[in-house]
Ligand binder design. Sequence first.
Ligand SMILES: C[S@@+](CC[C@H](N)C(=O)[O-])C[C@H]1O[C@@H](n2cnc3c(N)ncnc32)[C@H](O)[C@@H]1O
Length: 469
Amino acid sequence: MSCLRPSHSIYLTQIRCKTVKFKPKIAKTKPLKTPSAQALDHFDFYYGPLFGKKWPSIRLGLLSPNRYLAVMNTMSRNWEAHDEILSDMGAKDLLKSVRGKTGDEIIETKRIIAEGRAEEKTQEVKKDIANPSTLSADNDSSSDEEREEIFRSAAGLGEFRASPGELSAGSLQMGQGGVKNSQNKDVEITGFEGEGVRIPKRDHFLYYPKNLRVRAFDRAVLLDFPAPMKDEVGVPSYWLLDGGSLLPVLSLGLQKGDSLLDMCAAPGGKSLLAALSTLPSKIVCNDFKLARLGQLKRALMTYVPEDSEAIDKFVLKRKDASDVKTWDELEAYDKVLADVPCSTDRLSVSTDEGNIFSTGSTQLRLDLPVLQTKILVNALRSVKIGGSVVYSTCTLSPSQNEAVVENAVAVARNDFAIETVEESLHQLVSHMTSSGLYRFHNTQIGALVVPFLPSNFGPMYICKLTRLQ
Ligand SMILES: C[S@@+](CC[C@H](N)C(=O)[O-])C[C@H]1O[C@@H](n2cnc3c(N)ncnc32)[C@H](O)[C@@H]1O
């Protein structure tokens, strides 16, 4: 009996021996965390202090599936029938509800007031440009310390790769040593160019394209859109898009006959949205990666019928939008969209494959702000005087958002004599907030859509700059 049932004390001894003997060994070279877990740690560390009490809600949104809008493909033959089906399901026409019952007359009055104020500001800025010693820092009510905290916090500089070159004191100051060089030269981005830069901001009125039809379920409605339906020639009557992705295209403020350059266009969601507005007469889609250009071509072939007018508007290019030396699309477009590669925060916390937080991608990640700054500098060079650039990312990181805008504006000014003014996105932010579907976080420059559970869009950062000179 005693052989079959050893005493209690023997059991304990065996267990104790076992734990010591078979202590699991962990290879030192093996990363302890998956890239998505690393991304989440990184965000907790940097975004926690930045967003404060809002961070748990944003974090929860980021970790939950995002919500979509249905973009009606008005180039498909059956779109109206399918639009009705979505309407019957309770999905509302987002842009119509944002416009509300405001009549054309009232909209026109609002536009005149906003543009009058913008014109006053523009004259002020032009005076400052002509006489830099009087440079005003009026639109900035926050103290230097506050700005320092926001833009140069650990979430800013800590992510910025230091320049391998040396910095002179002069190169750190705006307007000094500002030799206006020729167009075809390289620039070295240090990450400090924007230090002390004040970007003037003016009122801005945006028309939402009347031909764009976007359907959305109300906040907290848990219904999903059915899979997109096709017409008899196989063209889908809508596609699904994260709600954040609509805003860069709305911010462009497209007008009839505009020429548009989409600098980082693949897989093509925003170019297609621009085409659906029917406003641009030309849409140049550029992407440097061949495989991504392939995706873009497939998207165009899928959603744009062969016999539609829109197909002739598209021009595809494969250029390195970050190469300042060879970039040759100069002063050629009315509108430019720079929807740059970024740390794609939502993707980074949800998937390990191709994750930019993997150990092998560390350098790529740290190099992002430099790449983004160069792309934005080239965007500002591509737009005509009087035309506008929209810069957008899908990250919450200030070092890839506001800091990039500040640095690019400074480089464009110092190296290419380009002067810019920021267009306030206040109207868009207030309209989208009132729809109940979008939540924004206050930023000094541009606008930032933050995820939140009841209507989980974004992240999406947008900033609109108009070239004055
Ligand atoms: C955020 S995605 C663009 C998404 C696209 N705008 C859309 O709405 O479907 C960024 C794109 O930038 C492209 N890209 C990365 N580096 C680039 C470069 N140096 N020049 C041009 N495109 C680049 C990538 O291939 C990728 O397709």
